[in-house]
Design a protein around this ligand. Structure first.
Ligand code: ADP
Ligand code: ZN
Length: 526
């Protein structure tokens, strides 16, 4: 009844204040805590830094028995347990890093109910020994952290997560709460279905991170642009730079160090000990930049990350959102900056084409990439675009590059027609570089060899620079007018969508190419 509900709310608030030392719940925390504490199942979508932990920690304290937290982040369990011990919560973990004696000790505590929370890795939970242990104990709730790991389409997929549906069957009366910071509509449905949480109440918080400013610039010399960005906007700040390959991570970290920006590399190919030490240095020190592949970051809680940069295009908006979300967890103004160019589009498309995935999976990957490209090429507010993808409606934000400096668009029908004709005239057998050479009337050996200087399209695009043409090619690919054939030397090919443009039946509006401008700041060292 009503009195019990309000009594529960009072007890929850009391725990929040006396145990965790916070005066008030944030966002939907209070509702979630009340729902789970009174035995309901929940699916919680909340951005990184939103405060997901309290959503299961407080119900676990309010309910009788031991709360079980399932998390793939073994490396962070010790920290989480230590942090809880500091505020007087009795917590422990069960994972493969422990000795057998330690395991026995924790198991005994679980059985006797002498602890409040126990963290387990999913592969451990699935063992008969562990399931038996929990059946013989009194369990207050199951919290499934990083629940998006159950999604086969996502980049954090963990096969063991699929088997977590067993919890519903073996512990039908124990409430379950699944939590994640990444979930578009598709992933959300997949989580609910695979974890048998269709009946669970869903709590979807706003994914907006108003303190993060989004900017995406045309890539020229990416490294140099990155250096300019960091030295002008973030001298002395900590940040993360994401690169696609291990080699590029190493090179970029070295380049930044040579130019006086203290940087550490991080990728899965590094020696384990060095990787761990770089991670803990990044967490502890100030004025430090982590240059990393996407292997870095899940569960990383460094509140004062002032910028997250992408030197390569992420594969999806989920990835982009999650990575950029590591900036500004303390709420202070922060930047998400990315340099993006034609090469990125070509490379990402090639990676999909050449992957081992089946056709269905390739289609999913391809549509995720399209959404990412849509964000890069948009003429409207980046934040609106991003939030829309997560199912949230909003207006222009005033805190992204397109809001602050609206891009100029132009009627690009004629140049695009020129491009499409040139691709057609060279028999759709040449890559972007050569097609652009033909358009600009360049004199290269290959042009002479193939007599491409005799084509009617030769030199018809001499009025535009090479970078400008690359931007047009890139947008034509993003719009689906042109594809890159990776089976034959990355040659450009026309799609069916090109026809109405070539025939003049359809106009094309593109983003005006803007030369990368050097950022200036008065106090910048010469
Ligand atoms: P998430 O898991 O969603 O990324 P956390 O649970 O780690 O977020 O919380 C992020 C930060 O916010 C932590 O430092 C946490 O202590 C703090 N926090 C969470 N809830 C509150 C609250 N109600 N009041 C004040 N600080 C909070
Ligand atoms: Zn905006």
């Amino acid at each position: 009844g009503e009195t019990r509900a309000s009594e529960l709310q009072e007890r929850a608030l009391h725990v929040l204040e006396t145990v965790f030392g916070y005066p008030a719940f944030r966002g939907q925390q209070a509702d979630i805590v009340e729902h789970v504490a009174s035995g309901g199942d929940a699916l919680v979508l909340m951005p990184t830094g939103g405060g997901k932990s309290l959503c299961y920690q407080i119900p676990a304290l309010l309910r009788d028995g031991v709360g079980v937290v399932i998390s793939p982040l073994i490396a962070l369990m010790q920290d989480q347990v230590d942090a809880l011990a500091e505020v007087g919560v009795r917590a422990a973990f069960l994972n493969s890093t422990q000795t057998f004696e330690e395991t026995l000790r924790i198991e005994r505590l679980v059985r006797t109910g002498e602890i409040d929370l126990v963290y387990v890795a999913p592969e451990r939970l699935m063992t008969q020994r562990c399931l038996d242990l929990f059946e013989s104990a009194h369990i207050s709730l199951f919290a499934i952290d990083e629940a998006h790991c159950v999604s086969q389409w996502g980049h954090d997929f963990r096969p063991e997560y699929i088997r977590l549906s067993i919890l519903h069957e073996r512990f039908p009366h124990v409430p379950r709460i699944a939590l994640t910071a990444t979930a578009d509509q598709l992933t959300r449905a997949e989580i609910a279905q695979r974890l048998q949480l269709e009946e669970a109440r869903q709590f979807v918080s706003s994914f907006d991170r108003p303190n993060i400013r989004y900017s995406i610039v045309e890539k020229g010399n990416g490294r140099k642009q990155l250096l300019d960005f960091i030295s002008s906007e973030h001298p002395g700040d900590s940040g993360i730079v994401y690169c696609l390959s291990r080699k590029k991570v190493e090179e970029t970290a070295e380049f930044l160090n040579e130019h006086g920006i203290r940087s550490l590399p991080y990728h899965a190919g590094m020696d384990h000990a060095l990787r761990a030490s770089n991670q803990s240095r990044f967490l502890r020190e100030e004025n430090i930049v982590m240059v990393a592949t996407i292997a870095f970051g899940m569960g990383i809680d460094k509140p004062d990350v002032r910028f997250v940069c992408h030197l390569d295009l992420p594969k999806s908006l989920e990835g982009y959102y999650q990575e950029t979300g590591r900036a500004g967890r303390d709420g202070a103004p922060s930047n998400a900056w990315m340099a993006y160019g034609l090469q990125d589009v070509v490379l990402q498309r090639r990676m999909i084409d050449e992957s081992e995935a089946d056709e269905n999976f390739k289609r999913v990957l391809s549509s995720k990439l399209d959404a990412m490209l849509g964000l890069c090429e948009t003429l409207s507010c980046r934040r609106m675009r991003l939030l829309e993808y997560f199912g949230e409606r909003s207006g222009p934000c005033g805190n992204c590059d397109t809001c602050l400096m609206p891009p100029v668009s132009f009627d690009a029908t004629v140049p695009v027609q020129k491009l499409l004709s040139a691709i057609y005239r060279v028999d759709q057998r040449f890559a972007a570089g050569h097609v652009i050479d033909v358009l600009r009337g360049a004199q290269t050996e290959r042009i002479t060899q193939w007599h491409h200087d005799r084509l009617t399209v030769y030199g018809v695009g001499a009025d535009r620079g090479e970078q400008e043409w690359r931007a047009i090619v890139r947008q034509a690919i993003s719009l689906g007018l042109v594809t890159v054939d990776h089976e034959s030397y990355s040659s450009l090919k026309l799609t069916d969508a090109a026809r109405p443009v070539l025939k003049g039946e359809q106009k094309v509006q593109l983003r005006q190419y803007q030369k990368p401008v050097k950022q200036k700041r008065a106090d910048r060292p010469a």
